[in-house]
Design a protein. Structure first.
Lengths: 354, 260
């Protein structure tokens, strides 16, 4: 017997909601169960089969899930438990908050309880709903009791699927997400380094260390997250996506350093009123992480193009140039209407990687 | 006598093998020619006139061309030739006057061309230095247009960086900053229009004389005559070549060379 817990955050389902905490909420749920599925933004399914032996009644399992996600963001959540995806999500939908400021609502739905529920709860299109009404069908029990062949004849495959749901029969399995993987390395200095530039060698060494670890597993990073803890200033943190997944410590270190220097100049130049007195931050530790790991052999360069490899390498330099000079400098041209009278209509310029 | 000649030949050969420059009695002393990697100009005659087989890498080359006398066309031809040899190129377009559709028609592959638009001449030189430092580009064209307020020190620094990197040939189009760039450039080529090329009443190109006025690695003073076709003219060029075949029994197309 499978037991699934559905979690629905109404606050994340709104069109203009900030969905950024959702990923971290899913990460938090990984501590409860290894099988967590992100159904949609603001909807998650957790396989809680057998967890009652560990945590007690299902309501306490759900309470633990709520506690974990509220450490990320204190958003109200509906929880529902059932034997399959349909029952669990419907249970969450029907759960009622006991008071207006309650952090969570909880509900359990068993198959037998479906019979009395209205057909409007089924995920049917308006036309099908109207036809159900024409046939006098108003509850799930009425639809479930009809012979499957008759429903198929009248309502087609959609009708058969809806009838299966009305009977509480949803065989779609849970598809657990793969936890995004990252590798990290860090270094703390007994004597703080004078200035961001002094961290270059450490950065190169950490990048080489991480690249070696990933090379053995035939993986390459697509992004680096670098954090510098500073002695007398707020920490510096940059998340730098790479032009393409690569295992080149030199390229990575140079790119990160250029980004870091641009950031340090922007922050510390504006901090002091006296532009002449440059403030060199003192670096206490460096933490480097690689994520968005992928198989680099999947990145296929265009065949028979001599320039392709060098162009890919050039893009790393161009990224550094963008950090140094800002946007709006580097472009690529493409012919648009070659016979147009005005030059500006004949081609267009596209900013690189925008 | 013959034995003396043979002995002299052996002695000369030995000296040559040791790398010593030899010259006959009253011949002028040639400039020391060193093997210099280069980027083809796209015109065999100019490659020969330059003596290094093209624009030398690791150096600035000034295209001293008044407006409309083929500087841009020659630079685009160089980009096309460099790309055909598997290279990458960048065009620093200060005035925003580069017409990419013309570049494409002159054989430039836009997918391997970086177009940079710096805000001022000083930034253009700094940006070119960053690009040259990568050593991944074969040619950089610095088109300053009419904004020629260049700082000599910045150009000097850029020149020495290019020489250290040694990978990139840099062409400079700067009609209004000729003296400053000319003093730093390793190569200076002057272009003068000698004739228009016309088919019927349509001008399809121009004939220019390219004179190597300065060359740090080869003998200056040579010149070459180049036919630079306008973007549409290039297509006519092919038609002319085919139509000129006698077996087609067509009247010879009326390519006229009109005195400029």
């Amino acid at each position: 017997v499978t037991r699934l817990l559905a979690l629905v955050w109404p606050g994340l389902r709104e069109p203009d909601a900030d969905a950024r905490p959702f990923e971290r909420m899913l990460d938090a749920l990984d501590d409860l169960s290894p099988r967590v599925e992100a159904v949609d933004v603001g909807v998650a399914l957790v396989d809680v089969t057998g967890l009652t032996a560990l945590w007690g009644p299902e309501r306490r399992v759900a309470a633990r899930a709520v506690m974990l996600v509220r450490t990320v963001a204190p958003l109200a959540v509906r929880c529902g438990i059932g034997d399959d995806r349909w029952l669990a999500t419907l249970a969450a939908r029907l759960a009622r908050f006991e008071r207006q400021d309650a952090p969570a609502a909880f509900g359990v739905l068993e198959r037998a309880e479906l019979r009395d529920l209205p057909l409007t709860l089924l995920p049917a299109d308006p036309a099908t709903r109207q036809r159900f009404a024409l046939f006098g069908l108003t509850t799930m029990g009425q639809l479930a009791d009809l012979p499957r062949s008759s429903v198929g004849a009248q309502f087609g495959a959609i009708g058969e699927r809806l009838q299966a749901l009305a009977r509480g029969d949803d065989r779609r399995p849970i598809e657990p997400r793969r936890r995004p993987e990252r590798v990290e390395s860090s270094e703390t200095f007994e004597m703080p380094l004078e200035g961001v530039g002094a961290a270059a060698l450490t950065l190169r060494r950490l990048a080489a260390d991480l690249c070696d670890r990933l090379r053995e597993r035939h993986l390459a990073p697509g992004r680096a997250v670098l954090e510098l803890r500073l002695e007398d200033a707020p920490d510096l943190r940059v998340a730098q996506p790479f032009p393409q997944p690569a295992l080149e410590p030199d390229w990575i270190a140079r790119l990160l350093l250029s980004r870091l220097e641009a950031l340090a100049v922007a922050r510390f130049a504006s901090a002091g009123d006296d532009a002449e007195a440059s403030v060199e931050p003192r670096v206490a530790s460096v933490h480097l992480a690689f994520d968005r790991l992928s198989d680099p052999s999947a990145t296929q360069l265009p065949a028979f193009e001599v320039q392709a490899g060098r162009w890919e390498e050039l893009r790393w330099s161009l990224e550094r140039i963008r950090h140094r000079f800002g946007d709006g400098r580097l472009w690529q041209a493409g012919v648009e209407r070659p016979t147009a009278a005005l030059a500006e209509h004949r081609f267009r310029l596209m900013e690189l990687d925008r | 006598m013959r034995q003396t000649d043979a002995a002299l030949a052996v002695a000369l050969e030995t000296l040559r093998a040791r790398g010593l420059a030899l010259r006959r009695g009253s011949d002028p002393e040639p400039m020391p020619e060193r093997a210099r990697p280069s980027v083809p100009t796209g015109h065999a005659a100019l490659d020969a006139a330059l003596g290094t087989g093209g624009w030398p890498r690791g150096s600035l080359a000034l295209l001293d061309a008044p407006r409309g006398s083929g500087g841009t066309s020659l630079a685009l031809g160089t980009l096309a030739a460099a790309q055909a040899a598997g290279g990458l190129a960048a065009w620093l377009d200060l005035d925003g006057t580069l017409d990419a559709s013309v570049a494409a028609r002159l054989g430039v592959r836009l997918e391997w061309l970086l177009v940079a638009r710096p805000h001022d001449p000083a930034e253009a030189i700094e940006l070119a230095a960053w690009l040259a430092r990568s050593a991944l580009l074969d040619v950089i064209v610095l088109d300053f247009g009419e904004r020629g307020m260049l700082e000599r020190r910045a150009l000097d620094r850029f020149g020495s960086l290019l020489a250290r990197s040694g990978a990139t040939a840099t062409l400079v189009l700067a009609p209004s900053a000729r003296p400053v760039v000319g003093a730093v450039a390793g190569v200076r080529v002057a272009l003068h229009r000698s004739a228009w090329l016309a088919v019927g009443r349509d001008l399809v190109g121009q004939r220019v004389t390219a004179t190597v006025e300065r060359h740090r690695w080869a003998q200056p003073g040579s010149s070459a005559e180049l036919d630079l076709w306008f973007a549409e003219g290039r297509r006519i060029d092919d038609v002319l070549a085919v139509a000129a075949q006698p077996r087609l029994e067509l009247a010879r197309p009326a390519l006229q060379v009109v005195s400029a």
